[in-house]
Design a protein around this ligand. Structure first.
Ligand SMILES: [Zn+2]
Length: 397
């Protein structure tokens, strides 16, 4: 009789532990993404219905996913952070259903030093994690971790070639999506030297600028003098084309991060350190050239892993998007943007913090243990009594 009740207590306790563990795991690894991301929404934008030519474009932007390779990082680190990014991306995609997703570089952590075999494995994982429906376009720009900084990328041309062929991403690309123009730039190639990747990028940049500036009023703003000399008879883009949005991995030149605004801007101790041109930011000369050639209405960048919103001296706003991975920050985020040819609005959506998930595991585990102290004690006591009875009956015999 005593033995039966002890077994019942034991199976009951085991059952409770199993149900609790499954529920906690599902909450922390799946449900919490819905709970947090569902609190975000598309930014509000006022659209003049009389002037409306097409549906506003819904764009989602993220950056610095840094999928780990075989050399750096632990297998558990890779498993955990890739699961976090896949769940966050898939949850956001199913909830917001964007028309286009832009990934702003450093897709891979070891793209610049992995073999072709590992590269293929990288691509498989990337495609699985960032899978999307045919309705959603996905465009990427290259980052320094994908092909290396300029010295490595210019030495080994194969690195950019394999990235470019897989993602169909030339050094400079002009995209037109629902009447909105985007210029995607390989910022590693903006060195202004004679390396083949750099000179190819400059040729493409000049060709894109030529298209953009064909109709533009040249008197109001100074245009790069090479362009001003050219007089074209016909233009590729319609006359009422909007100013483009510039998307690249490196931010445009800023001496420090002091002017960065935003909840996830760099911490005070990092804000004052001076940015190195061509390493942390595009060189000052090339940044001015980009602003003058492209004359963007907005610049979007990544690379620093921190958030930053600032306005350049010529009035162009730039938003640097923080990393999407827990590996680089505790509170990763992505950006939602509604874009029309004459307006845009941006909002930032934070995904669950890593510390929150860990805290939920620890607190829920501790509460469960406390709540089950009494049944565990009763079970252990009944086992002891059982053992004593067995012992006594054995001795009496
Ligand atoms: Zn980077």
């Amino acid at each position: 009789m005593m033995r039966t009740s002890s077994t019942l207590l034991y199976t009951g306790l085991l059952k409770r532990v199993a149900i609790f563990a499954v529920c906690l795991f599902v909450f922390c690894e799946w449900f919490i993404y819905y709970l947090v991301i569902f609190q975000c929404s598309w930014p509000e934008i006022n659209i003049d219905e009389n002037n409306r030519q097409s549906e506003p474009l819904k764009a989602m932007l993220l950056t610095d996913t840094h999928l780990l390779g075989s050399k750096d990082g632990h297998w558990f680190d890779k498993l955990r952070r890739e699961w976090q990014m896949e769940r966050a991306f898939q949850t956001a995609l199913s909830h917001f259903n964007p028309d286009v997703v832009f990934l702003l570089g450093d897709l891979f952590d070891e793209g610049m030093k992995c073999s072709d075999e590992e590269w293929d494995f990288y691509i498989q994982r990337f495609r699985r994690m960032f899978r999307h429906s045919e309705h959603t376009e996905l465009h990427v720009v290259v980052g320094n971790h994908d092909i290396g900084f300029h010295p490595d990328a210019s030495r080994d041309k194969h690195l950019f070639r394999r990235f470019s062929s897989v993602f169909d991403s030339p050094s400079v690309e002009l995209l037109s999506i629902r009447g909105n123009l985007f210029v995607l730039v390989n910022s590693i190639a903006l060195q202004g030297d004679e390396c083949s990747m750099c000179s190819e990028a400059m040729t493409q940049l000049m060709s894109v600028a030529d298209k953009l500036n064909c109709h533009r009023e040249r008197t109001k703003k100074e245009i790069y003098e090479d362009l001003a000399k050219k007089q074209k008879t016909s233009c590729d883009l319609p006359k009422d084309s909007p100013a483009p949005i510039l998307i690249q991995h490196f931010p445009l030149y800023r001496r420090t991060e002091v002017n960065c605004a935003g909840a996830d801007a760099p911490p005070a101790e990092e804000k004052n350190s001076v940015n190195r041109e061509k390493w942390e930011v595009v060189s000052k000369k090339m940044s001015n050239k980009l602003l003058q050639l492209i004359r963007p209405r907005l610049v979007l960048s990544g690379h620093t892993h921190h958030g930053c919103y600032l306005v350049h001296d010529d009035g162009t706003p730039e938003m640097t998007i923080p990393s999407f991975s827990w590996r680089n920050r505790n509170n990763p985020s992505f950006v939602l943007s509604i874009i029309t040819p004459d307006k845009f609005a941006i909002s930032k959506c934070f995904i669950p913090r890593e510390t929150t998930v860990i805290a939920v595991y620890i607190i829920a585990g501790a509460v469960f243990v406390l709540m089950n102290l009494r049944p565990t004690y009763v079970y252990l006591r009944s086992r002891r009594t059982c053992r004593q009875i067995k012992y006594e009956s054995c001795c009496i015999r």
